[in-house]
Write a protein that binds this ligand. Structure first.
Ligand SMILES: Cc1cc2nc3c(=O)[nH]c(=O)nc-3n(C[C@H](O)[C@H](O)[C@H](O)COP(=O)(O)OP(=O)(O)OC[C@H]3O[C@@H](n4cnc5c(N)ncnc54)[C@H](O)[C@@H]3O)c2cc1C
Length: 391
């Protein structure tokens, strides 16, 4: 079920800045709230003396004053825009499209890139709500020629990211209308976005998370890792078709190279030999982690209790049922130790085929996409006490 985030409406302060982010000191308030008539009369005090001074000045000084204004005002405005860094933008309503500019496109692989977007007008999506709300959120991008929109999950912020900037991991789908359009954009191009949409609201306490991610399904896993605190034991099993998507990623627990298993497409790959690259190195040389793998490594450091395992079709490593039960059984044991009743979440996120294979299809009811009953491989496991979430 999709819920909409209620974005706080930001009224503007008398100085033009949104009230939520801008608070005046009492002295500033007095100055800003001074009636125009008062300032006029103040300005008139001693006005005669001022006028006399002007009369005595040579004509050239007017040119200098005009020149100072001509140069100073644009410079001041540019400095204001630069230093303000988007703090004075208005929060757009979640249903309203707003203009963003492509600030940067960083290629992750031959089909996947990270897009960094920044507001192109004084109206923007509530980035604070996206990053701070205890929910998994996405934003819709519009394809203007076809007037269609698709959802993309917001990545958690990285160091140096502007407060209003949003980052996305987007795969260029073959013949994909919106993803193809987005991948054709050049830096500086404008695109329309609306949101945020809430795809899942997190319970207050989350103790265990097992996240099965297929391809770009890693984006919600990364967002979630940025939101659950250190008290959550989180394990991500990330399956991709090609090693280039998770270059430099080394598994934390996956020790056995699979000779057969369920591949990314959800079909059984029997009797294949373990690949020499299954330890995620090329000829024994460790690869440089790409931006997503680096962000996951950073989140692991912050998080303390987070693990990531990489599975790559090309390298013949596949998520096996035993990888899932290893985590769920350990979680069962830990709850017996403490006697507590933890909140346990098992996410399945990725392309339709991946979600259907593991947890059964999502359904459309009354024009809305809903979870549907648990099916697929997971329906054969004893997952009592676990909430299964299809994303
Ligand atoms: C909540 C949510 C979050 C998402 N987050 C992300 C994310 O972070 N990153 C990401 O990359 N994606 C994400 N997606 C997926 C994204 O929304 C799009 O579905 C995806 O980019 C494909 O859209 P498209 O318009 O490019 O492709 P479409 O034009 O919709 O086509 C999709 C596929 O169907 C095929 N196709 C289209 N028409 C036909 C036809 N007539 N016959 C046969 N095949 C056809 C195309 O070749 C293509 O491979 C998310 C989806 C949801 C719902």
């Amino acid at each position: 079920m999709l819920y909409r985030l209620r974005s706080p409406t930001l009224t503007k302060c008398c100085c033009g800045k949104p009230r939520r982010v801008h608070v005046h000191t009492s002295q500033q308030k007095r100055r800003l709230h001074t009636k125009p008539t008062e300032s006029k009369s103040k300005g008139n005090n001693g006005g005669g003396e001022q006028q006399q001074k002007h009369k005595l000045k040579p004509k050239g000084s007017y040119t200098r004053i005009l020149a100072t204004f001509a140069v100073g005002i644009p410079l001041g405005w540019a400095a204001h825009i630069y230093l303000d860094d988007g703090k004075s933008t208005n929060v757009a309503k979640p249903g309203e499209f707003v203009r963003y500019a492509l600030a940067m496109k960083e290629d992750i692989s031959s089909t996947c890139s990270i897009f960094t977007l920044k507001p192109a007008s004084n109206s923007a999506i509530d980035a604070e709500a996206v990053h701070d709300h205890r929910a998994i959120t996405s934003v819709q991008f519009k394809q203007p020629q076809l007037q269609i929109a698709r959802s993309y999950t917001v990545l958690p912020p990285v160091e140096g990211q502007g407060p209003q900037e949003l980052r996305f991991l987007i795969r260029k789908e073959r013949n994909g209308e919106v993803s193809g359009y987005l991948h054709r954009l050049t830096p500086g191009s404008e695109v329309e976005l609306r949101g945020p949409s809430v795809d899942y609201v997190l319970p207050e306490h989350v103790q265990q998370v097992l996240f099965l991610a297929g391809g770009t399904g890693i984006a919600p896993a990364t967002q979630l890792a940025g939101k659950v605190s250190g008290e959550t034991n989180m394990h991500i099993l990330w399956a991709t078709r090609r090693g280039e998507d998770c270059e430099g990623g080394v598994s934390d627990t996956q020790s056995t190279k699979a000779a057969s298993g369920w591949n990314f497409f959800g079909s059984w790959s029997p009797f294949v030999l373990p690949s020499p690259d299954a330890d995620r190195t090329v000829s024994g040389v460790k690869q440089e982690p790409n931006a997503i793998v680096s962000q996951l490594a950073g989140l692991k450091k912050e998080h303390g209790q987070m693990k990531v395992d990489y599975y790559v079709d090309d390298e013949r490593t596949f998520i096996r049922p035993a990888d899932i039960t290893a985590f769920t059984h350990a979680a069962d044991d830990s709850s017996l130790d403490t006697g507590s009743s933890p909140s346990r979440l098992l996410f399945v996120s990725g392309p339709e085929g991946f979600v259907t294979h593991w947890a059964g299809p999502k359904l459309w009811v009354g024009g809305r996409e809903v979870q549907g009953p648990l099916g697929g491989v997971l329906s054969k496991f004893d997952l009592r006490g676990w909430q299964i979430v299809k994303l």
